[in-house]
Design a protein around this ligand. Structure first.
Ligand code: WTA
Length: 634
């Protein structure tokens, strides 16, 4: 029997042991499940010290061949993608594997015709419509590297991402729908491109039919281009280590990090984890509510399901439109079997009347999942009882943009669940906890910094254009190990519970936000001298942002509320509405160490409303400021 599918706890343990004792043998067996144009000659080679990883060396493949061609002809009439539009009265679409293969080939041919080739970077800035999925696959088809930018990011954030990896092309649309709003994506692209000289071509998908500007010689309507090309495009043979995509994630300092993933290892790991974490069966209908602009969408809306020949739902809308029953009505409509969403969505729907859930038949569900941030006990129980009807296991899946796929998760129906715990590592993953002295903690019932001891196939290969930063961020805090940036608790059974970030990344509604870029945006306001952002607990968003802002001297009178609005507008323009601050407190100074470092620990406590003890503040440069900030806390 193939070891690709885990069917029992004994088999999980066997696979796990094999993956630790003989990773080469283990991953070789898993990789055999896929089609390689040329077999690999070495399973892996790595150096944790140099942050250098390569998998399936010498092998050649193409992930789209494994997502599409490999399933044809048996699955050519099977639905690959169900597209559920924002407006439920607009007809939905079911795209078969056969049709998807054709549409991917056509778009790939358009890319080639426009001079995009292997290794070129293509920025994709699209709403959640079928063309988004097709664009990623079309890039991969010809070996172009896709860089998807979430379509909620502002022009400034988009421009810096396009620029960072010198994209040659942007694929966008005239606009997008989100609930009752229309977003002018093309106008945002136009604004961004003023700063992006490398972009030669913009392909525009028609979605909203709003009036937009088209720049002659640069901008082309995709539908016109598609009518000029053939419907076949052979899959480019890619080296296993050729880059597949770049995806930006926030860092605690400086500009966003372009995490680069490569072809073979990502494919092997994401296909394997999709199969097992969701216990996929051929008749299942899988729905992950993330946006393809995030890693969850890359790996578990698109690549993971298609690698397994699954039917995947692509949802354009939001959970509250046209009403709070939308998620549940979509589950009912398509008889969704696996539903995968974020704690922030669960919390926001749990506060609405239960009748929104009860109206719908959710009996098709077998497995429900959570990702993106720690799920609190209350949300876990609500999800389990009301959505899973106390019978569907919850897979609380812990992973990161950097890890490519899920690393710690129960295997549903196989691993005994424990609410709020991501439970056990998947085969191939060796988590460890480190203490503040940088020593390995080997006992249970303890917390520590979560690190991973041994590489797995889909670990990011580098930060685009800055390998040193990759090493510094992930491989130097605990030499010899990959440092996740998260803290975790390990219980008496070796189960892991992720407690949250231990660095300056704040997760707001499941979105990672680095404090530094937000502070930079605020500091651009002419009145602002300095600012510090911390997170504080929020019922629905998990965390919300609290900004401490000091103003320049001699400003004179000003309207506080107006200034707060302006500050948030700066943040929105630079990063996007997701980074807006819930609270802004003006203060005459920020607590600093003698070396000038802002003591965020103190600000965090104040923002949380915990004034019990700030520890030793006598070493501060300006200890008196703590009382002022505390007394005026919002
Ligand atoms: C957090 C999302 C607790 C964590 C796939 C991680 C989680 C960051 C969980 C990565 C979970 C993700 N429980 N925390 N199940 N899943 N996180 O890169 O802090 O958007 O480091 O990847 O989200 O976020 P990213």
């Amino acid at each position: 029997m193939s070891i690709f599918t885990i069917n029992s706890f004994d088999q999980y343990k066997e696979s796990y042991t094999c993956s630790v004792e003989n990773p080469t043998l283990f991953w070789d067996q898993i990789a055999q499940h896929y089609t390689w144009f040329k077999p690999y000659t070495e399973v892996s080679r790595f150096s944790m010290e140099d942050a250098d990883f390569s998998w399936f060396n010498g092998g050649e493949t193409n992930i789209t061949f494994n997502c599409l061609d490999r399933h044809l002809p048996e699955l050519s009439d099977k639905t690959a993608i169900v597209f559920e539009p924002n407006d439920p009265s607009e007809p939905h679409q079911e795209i078969t594997y056969g049709e998807l293969a054709k549409r991917v080939a056509e778009l790939a041919n358009v890319l080639l015709k426009k001079g995009v080739g292997k290794g070129d970077r293509v920025c994709i800035y699209l709403p959640m419509i079928p063309e988004l999925a097709i664009s990623l696959l079309a890039c991969a088809r010809i070996g172009a590297i896709h860089s998807v930018v979430f379509a909620g990011f502002s022009a400034g954030a988009l421009a810096s991402r396009i620029d960072d990896c010198s994209c040659k092309m942007v694929i966008t649309s005239d606009g997008g729908y989100r609930g009752n709003k229309t977003i002018d994506l093309k106008a945002i692209v136009d604004e961004a491109l003023v700063q992006c000289p490398t972009v030669e071509t913009v392909l525009v998908v028609e979605r909203t039919k709003e009036q937009i500007n088209m720049t002659e010689g640069r901008d082309f309507w995709l539908k016109n281009e598609l009518s000029t090309v053939l419907s076949e495009c052979p899959a480019e043979s890619m080296q296993s280590e050729d880059p597949l995509f770049i995806l930006y994630t926030s860092g605690s300092t400086g500009k966003p990090k372009g995490m680069m993933h490569s072809t073979g290892g990502y494919m092997v790991y994401v296909g394997y984890t999709f199969q097992n974490v969701f216990q996929y069966q051929p008749s299942d209908v899988f729905w992950c509510t993330a946006d393809i602009g995030w890693i969850t969408g890359h790996s578990y809306i698109l690549y993971g399901p298609l690698l397994n020949g699954a039917t995947t739902v692509l949802f354009e809308g939001i959970p509250s439109y046209p009403d709070f029953g939308r998620f549940w009505s979509v589950i009912e409509k398509y008889k969704v079997t696996q539903f995968y969403t974020a704690p922030t969505a669960i919390r926001s729907l749990a506060k609405e009347p239960l009748s929104w859930v009860e109206k719908h038949n959710l009996s098709s569900l077998k497995i429900i999942g959570s990702v993106g941030e720690p799920i609190n006990d209350e949300a876990w129980q609500w999800y389990f009882e009301n959505i899973g009807k106390s019978t569907c296991p919850i897979v609380d899946t812990w992973w990161q943009t950097e890890t490519g796929g899920i690393l710690i998760s129960p295997i549903p129906g196989i691993t005994k669940l424990k609410p709020t715990y991501a439970t056990l590592p998947l085969p191939g993953i060796q988590p460890i906890l480190m203490n503040a002295e940088k020593e390995l903690i080997d006992k249970n019932e303890t917390d520590g910094s979560l690190c991973i001891k041994f590489p797995w196939p889909s670990i990011a290969r580098t930060i685009w254009g800055d390998h040193q930063r990759y090493k510094d961020t992930y491989f130097t805090a605990f030499p010899g190990y990959y440092f996740t940036g998260d803290g975790a608790w390990r219980d008496e059974d070796g189960y892991y519970r992720i407690t949250g970030r231990v660095d300056d990344v704040i997760i707001v509604s499941g979105h990672n936000l680095g404090t530094a870029p937000i502070e930079d945006a605020i500091n651009e306001h002419q009145f602002v001298a300095e600012s510090a952002i911390v997170g504080f607990p929020h019922d629905i968003k998990g965390n919300a942002l609290y900004g401490f802002v000091t103003l320049k001297d001699g400003i004179g009178d000003f309207d506080e509320n107006q200034l707060k609005k302006e500050i948030n507008q700066y943040v929105s323009d630079q990063i996007g509405p997701i980074a807006k601050l819930d609270k802004i407190q003006f203060t005459s100074g920020l607590p600093k160490t003698r070396s000038g470092k802002i003591m965020r620990r103190i600000l965090r406590k104040i923002a949380e409303g915990d004034f019990s003890s700030f520890g030793d503040i006598s070493t501060l440069l300006n200890p008196e400021i703590v009382d002022e900030i505390k007394n005026q806390a919002l």
